[in-house]
Design a protein around this ligand. Structure first.
Ligand code: ZN
Length: 81
């Protein structure tokens, strides 16, 4: 599946097609969606997701039952001193 994401809006570098993790806060809970196809800027790290992919993600986030059995990871929470 090749998709041309074009160039980065910030630094005009050609975006590279990759699968990435995206994190979302839903009602105070952090949810990570893995395997998200995105265009990533190798220079500044900006990420672009196609609207079609964004809609699929929104659908998943709208129905928490779909990910009720997803694996749970522990993450460090660091307070800025
Ligand atoms: Zn960039």
């Amino acid at each position: 599946m090749k998709y041309n994401y074009g160039e980065c809006e910030i630094c005009n570098t050609k975006l590279v097609s990759k699968k990435v993790k995206q994190d979302f806060w839903i009602r105070g809970k952090l949810v990570v969606i893995d395997g998200v196809p995105a265009g990533v800027c190798p220079r500044c790290g900006a990420k672009i997701v196609r609207s079609e992919v964004g809609k699929r993600i929104a659908k998943i986030l709208e129905s928490p039952r779909k990910w009720s059995k997803a694996p749970i990871i522990r993450v460090p929470v660091v307070e800025l001193p």
